[in-house]
Write a protein of this length. Structure first.
Ligand code: MNH
Length: 458
């Protein structure tokens, strides 16, 4: 026998939509988790959404025989730009499997190491900027981390320089990307009739999409006119043929995937860099220990490829930071057939199950009573490897998990190691406590720092 899924009181027409904060719904989802527990059902303007907060619930959906990736409204909207690109492709679209097969090897740890020099090139621009600003400048780290993440992606995947660090405002492409993602997310919360009336907003949305597609096409055309032998992802997409069918990727899908890498890889990485900076500033003891490790391993020199896996404390800091602040804080799944969750909650084929990774990463059954605390030690000495399956899921699950994980991990390792090696960081406002900003991903709101060049560099 089944019981109803807990649901907050319902208001005619609105349903439960008023439960969600319009700026930072993540905080509302978390409050609902505290009130209703591991599973909560919401009616959002006529759309039923089932939110999974607890480890047991999420763990049960990590079974590709019973569940597959779902597509919440905001993700469906992202398709307006990138269609059947890897991140937004429906499981039945053939270009997902084709692109996945062709690209997966290129995203492995070893090929990504080959990109280290290009990553350093962009990282160096950030370091120089902070060095020249000097210790009194108030720095918005999230803003600069977004520049570094976007430039790194464009440079490493298609050898294109966005040069974000050389302009005061972000390049047109980056502005369009930001506006587009925000609007995808806003659209998911607007009734259709309201949307139809917002002609100015809708025109802007279309022109942002056109601008980004035009840049992607320009880069493809340029590469075709001026072929190179560089092993970047663009060349791979243009030249690779499927060993099984001999098929290549259609040009539209190549554009979709170029833009997909930019979307999936920049806010997530820049948010992770920002949150990690915040946690390190809040925990000077951790910062000291980390600095010691970096100084000992790097010996005052730039990070080299063979040192990437020789910084265990930095790895633990990163794992712990993305546990407490999973920048992709929500993803969806859907049941392949009508089924029962947790032995008592009926869910139907096609229902939207929202996995609340933020709460999953705070389940005291897995993490203990200090689940809310930033404590990298819990990720050290084999403890990470000994976690229950699917407990730590910042990169999603199964065959639709993040393909860019090794890329992001290497990029963030490089940037954090380089910054901490070179600068003493501090809060502009020592009383700053974490507030969230949310679009498709979460990042810290209002974080400002000083960066003082170290004089005691070892
Ligand atoms: Mn990434 C999918 C998190 C960096 C490219 N990424 C996912 C998913 C999560 C995720 C979670 C699963 C989404 C879902 O189930 O709907 N990604 C991250 C995080 C970082 C990140 C937390 C950085 C930190 N991702 C990157 C980078 C790239 C990238 C960098 C590209 C270079 N991610 C992707 C792609 C997918 C994805 C592509 C979709 C994969 C698929 O469905 O086949």
């Amino acid at each position: 026998t089944t019981v109803p899924i807990p649901q907050p009181p319902w208001i005619p027409l609105i349903g439960n939509a008023h439960e969600l904060d319009s700026e930072v719904p993540q905080t509302s989802f978390n409050l609902l988790a505290h009130t209703y527990g591991d599973i909560v059902q919401l009616d959002l303007l006529g759309r039923k959404v089932i939110v999974l907060n607890g480890y047991d619930m999420v763990h049960e959906t990590c079974d590709e025989k019973r569940f597959q990736k779902g597509f919440a409204m905001s993700l469906q909207n992202v398709r307006n730009l990138v269609g059947d690109g890897l991140f937004t492709a429906y499981p039945e679209e053939p270009n997902w499997a084709l692109a996945h097969r062709l690209l997966l090897p290129a995203f492995g740890t070893m090929p990504i190491r080959g990109m280290l020099d290009d990553m350093k090139d962009v990282c160096e621009q950030l370091l120089l900027k902070w060095e020249r600003f000097g210790p009194t400048q108030s720095i918005d780290p999230t803003d600069d981390f977004t520049r570094v993440a976007l430039d790194t992606l464009a440079f490493c995947t298609m050898s294109h320089r966005l040069n974000s660090f050389y302009f005061e405002s972000p390049p047109a492409f980056a502005q369009s990307m930001g506006a587009f993602l925000k609007e995808c997310y806003m659209r998911s919360k607007r009734p259709r009739v309201v949307q139809a009336l917002m002609s100015g907003t809708n025109q802007k949305y279309v022109s942002d999409i056109d601008l980004m597609n035009a840049l992607a096409q320009e880069i493809v055309d340029d590469r075709k006119a001026n072929p190179t032998t560089k092993k970047d992802l663009l060349n791979l997409m243009l030249n690779a043929r499927d060993p099984v069918t001999g098929q290549g990727l259609p040009e539209e899908n190549i554009r979709n995937n170029m833009l997909t890498f930019m979307i999936a890889g920049h806010e997530t990485s820049s948010g992770m860099l920002s949150f990690t900076t915040y946690y390190l500033l809040k925990h000077p003891d951790v910062m000291r220990k980390l600095r010691e490790e970096i100084d000992t391993v790097l010996q005052g020199n730039p990070l080299e490829a063979d040192q990437l896996d020789k910084l265990p404390y930095l790895t633990a800091v990163m794992r712990e930071s993305i546990r407490l602040a999973p920048t992709a804080s929500m993803r969806s799944m859907r049941p392949l057939e009508d089924t029962v969750l947790g032995g008592k909650y009926a869910v139907n084929k096609g229902d939207v199950l929202l996995v609340n990774t933020y709460m999953q990463h705070r389940d005291i059954g897995v993490w203990g009573n200090d689940a809310e605390e930033f404590r990298p030690e819990r990720m050290l000495d084999g403890k990470f490897e000994a976690l229950p399956p699917h407990a730590w899921q910042p990169f999603g699950f199964g065959m639709r998990a993040c393909i860019g994980r090794a890329f992001a991990w290497q990029e963030i390792t490089l940037i954090l190691a380089s910054i901490i090696q070179r600068f003493d960081l501090s809060f502009v406002d020592p009383g700053y406590t974490l507030r969230l900003h949310q679009s498709l991903t979460i990042k810290p709101e209002g974080l400002r720092i000083h960066a003082r060049l170290r004089t005691d560099i070892k």
